[in-house]
Design a protein around this ligand. Structure first.
Ligand code: SAM
Length: 346
């Protein structure tokens, strides 16, 4: 099973890789984006993925692009440290292709899909402290309902949480098949949106297990920090929660000297939706850095320097004042007058 990348042409075209440049593929997966970037220009790609299963796809791709591809099994939030460990402090572009890969969905033992029953896991990174079993068997009912509502947009979240808690009182929930059955019993099937009633709750649990929104926020911050003048960050997002984090972050970056490269978001063509139905809800956002970022950064550095100098000069003034007061002490002046001018006061 190989992952079919979404918006591949559009994203790589917007990134416009050039010879001799350096790019980060923050979501390596099956390596589809990395491959296209490396094919487009004689550039270097630093790939990151928190899921160690990607190593096999990396090894394969490396054979076609020796010396131009590197991998770190790590998370978005560690992006800056990863690049420093490679000895790189600035890059020309960063791409994030959010969501799960086809390989993760297809491996039922990992519990991402309710199509085939599997372990209640859903961790993208095997060393994560949270998993889906922890969510369904330990999280209190009210907190569970809030998470299912916020991360899954499930309007029957209270009913779902109640059904899960009732079921776990009887016996521990052991696999995704049982969980999906419990959820389906609590959510009526919609005629308007004929998706499986378990979809939204599974999405919420996956986001909670992998801390996805906080990771995305931290990853975008790190990407903005390491971007060169003229560099771009591209994010392919799958649902409105991700869209919201990206838009909010990009808006705040625009106040700091970044500019949106495309005012309009990139969406898939009808042809792509037909060939790859998974792409139907996807869209990509782009942001670029221009000189003003460095102007602002330089101004901030100068401001800090001026503030330090003000503190130093104020210290010197205080020291001079103290000295002046000591020199003008009347007793000292009387003593000096008596000694050198032979003047005495009565
Ligand atoms: C949709 S797939 C990427 C597919 C890839 N663009 C391709 O062409 O094959 C998303 C990948 O991002 C990884 N991922 C998700 N969140 C991550 C995070 N916070 N840090 C690192 N990798 C992450 C997942 O493990 C998954 O392999």
């Amino acid at each position: 099973m190989v992952h079919k990348p979404v918006l591949l042409n559009e994203v790589v075209e917007a990134l416009s890789p050039e010879d001799g440049r350096t790019y980060v593929d923050a979501t390596f997966g099956g390596g589809g984006y990395s491959r296209r970037i490396l094919e487009t220009a004689r550039c270097a790609v630093y790939a990151i993925d928190q899921d160690a299963v990607v190593k096999q796809y990396f090894d394969e791709l490396l054979q076609s692009f020796p010396g131009r591809l590197n991998l770190s099994i790590s998370r978005f939030s560690k992006l800056r440290e990863v690049m420093i460990s490679f000895g790189i402090d600035e890059v020309d572009g960063v791409v994030f292709d959010l969501g799960t890969s086809a390989m993760q969905l297809a491996d039922s033992s990992r519990g991402f899909s309710f199509m085939n029953s599997g372990l209640l896991d859903m961790r993208m990174c095997s060393s994560s402290s949270r998993d889906a079993a922890m969510f369904v068997n330990t999280v209190p009912e009210k907190e569970m309902a809030d998470i299912i509502y916020q991360y899954g947009g499930e309007r029957y979240s209270r009913r779902v949480a109640r059904a899960i808690v009732d079921a776990r009182r009887k016996c521990k929930i052991r696999n995704t098949g049982d969980l999906a059955t419990i959820i389906r019993s609590a959510v009526p099937r919609s005629r308007v949106h004929p998706i499986d009633p378990a979809t939204r709750t599974f999405q919420a649990i996956r986001i909670w297990v992998n801390n996805e929104l906080e990771e995305l926020q931290a990853g975008l911050e790190a990407a903005a920090e390491i971007l060169k003048i003229g560099g771009k960050v591209l994010v392919t997002s799958f649902h409105s929660l991700e869209d919201r984090v990206v838009k909010h972050k990009f808006r705040s970056l625009c106040d700091m000297g970044f500019s949106l490269v495309n005012k309009k978001v990139i969406t898939p063509t009808d042809e792509e939706i037909k060939n790859n139905p998974r792409s139907r809800s996807v869209c990509a956002f782009t942001i670029g850095v221009f000189r003003v970022k460095f102007y602002v950064r330089d101004m901030q550095k100068s401001l800090v320097q001026v503030q330090k100098e003000i503190v130093k000069v104020n210290d010197e003034i205080s020291a001079l004042r103290a000295e002046w007061t000591a020199l003008n002490n009347p007793e000292r002046l009387t003593m000096l007058a008596a000694k050198y001018l032979r003047v005495t006061t009565t």
